[in-house]
Design a protein around this ligand. Structure first.
Ligand code: CA
Ligand code: CA
Ligand code: CA
Ligand code: CA
Length: 388
């Protein structure tokens, strides 16, 4: 009997320790978020393009807001810390006929037509160099990346009540206005949310001391099997969210939204448009309403658990000075920033936050000898520490 109980326990432990993948093949909400969408929330395709630098239009003009209800597979309301998120991947599917160039790196804000003369870097001289009159530089790599950002709400919309048919808020061809919801990245240092919809014109972040800037997206779309100009079938664009970005704040965003039961992302591109050009000039992806052959709605894959691999743990240290026991877990890199580990001291667990590449423990008023062990992840690492 005892053996069977142990066996059952081992099985549960193994299940907990291995990663689990949750696939959400249809979004709860997907919408082309664009001022001139006359079928809001229900339009079967959505194009991502920019009108960078143009007054009255958001730089990120044709955009997608997409959300998946995660509560059917991942119970909400457990508190953000309960969600041991190890990977988040999105897949969007582009319509056939695409001609846009593939670009897998962000483009600087000054590689767009800032002065609206119809040319990018019309003077041919890089920004800031002698003779530069337009403040613009060439876009060295053809095309514009497809970028994913967080979804910020306010002042009117909110996370709990926004749905795909909620009315459009943003620039409308006459007035510069922030989008609501808006794409955002976290500001370095402060952790505040920086609006990204007008990062080329440099609007909406004045209160944070930021004007024109080049945001680092949470993911860049990678087209799969796409041949520009010769693409007769739909193709996938895959995004892997950088959970370690912004000191783990991106991972925290995901944890909070899994706790809330709906996970939101903004899909945008500053892809240039030309007069009379069609939807094949820039990424155009299916929404869940499409019934076209080969159409697939946006898919989300959430991977939870699995813990931190032991290969990623460099060492466990332990020492004691003047009655203060100090221990730290050091990782190979910063990829686990924002996650948690458990260190036991004489059998008493201490849950520690990983910050950068380290998790630190500090216990005052210690004496005698102590055993410090890293138990989650369980890599068989222990240290004997002597406090005088
Ligand atoms: Ca929709
Ligand atoms: Ca120009
Ligand atoms: Ca120039
Ligand atoms: Ca480019």
């Amino acid at each position: 009997m005892r053996i069977r109980i142990l066996a059952a326990f081992a099985l549960i432990a193994a299940t907990v320790a291995s990663a689990e993948e949750f696939v959400f093949s249809t979004p709860s909400d997907d919408r082309w978020f664009y001022p001139f969408n006359f079928n809001p929330g229900r339009r079967p395709v959505a194009s991502c393009f920019g009108t960078a630098g143009m007054p009255g239009f958001n730089d990120r003009d044709g955009t997608v807001i997409i959300a998946w209800s995660t509560s059917s597979l991942i119970a909400p309301g457990q508190g953000p810390d309960a969600y041991d998120v190890t990977s988040i991947r999105l897949t969007m599917t582009n319509v056939p006929g695409a001609e846009w160039a593939i670009d897998l790196t962000p483009d600087a804000w000054y590689t767009f037509d800032l002065n609206q003369d119809g040319f990018i870097n019309g003077d041919g001289i890089p920004r800031g160099e002698e003779g530069d009159t337009d403040g613009e530089s060439d876009d060295e790599d053809p095309g514009r990346p497809i970028e994913v950002f967080g979804v910020g709400f306010g002042p009117v919309r909110d996370y709990a009540t926004w749905i795909e048919t909620s009315g459009y808020i943003g620039s409308d061809s006459t007035t510069d206005r922030p989008r609501d919801p808006y794409p955002f990245v976290y500001q370095d240092g402060t952790g505040e949310r920086l609006h990204c919809e007008d990062n080329v014109k440099g609007l909406h972040n004045e209160a944070l001391g930021v004007t024109q800037f080049t945001p680092a997206p949470w993911a860049i779309g990678v087209p799969i099997g796409y041949v520009p100009g010769e693409q007769t079938t739909p193709f996938a664009i895959e995004f892997t969210i950088d959970l370690s970005a912004s000191d783990g704040r991106v991972r925290r965003y995901v944890q909070e939204q899994l706790d809330g039961g709906r996970l939101f992302f903004y899909v945008t591109s500053l892809a240039d448009t030309t007069m009379g050009g069609g939807q094949n000039e820039f990424p155009t992806v299916y929404m869940k309403e499409s019934t076209d052959e080969g159409a697939r709605p946006g898919e989300l894959i959430v991977e939870l658990g699995g813990g931190i691999p032991c290969d990623d743990v460099r060492k466990l240290t332990g020492r004691c000075r003047n009655g203060t026991l100090k221990s730290k877990v050091v990782f190979q890199d910063e990829s686990h920033d924002g996650r948690q580990v458990t260190v036991k001291v004489d059998g008493t667990p201490h849950v520690l936050d990983v910050s950068g590449r380290r998790a630190r423990l500090r216990l005052r008023n210690q004496s005698g000898s102590h055993e410090v062990c890293l138990t989650d992840p369980d890599c068989g690492l222990c240290r004997d520490v002597e406090c005088s």
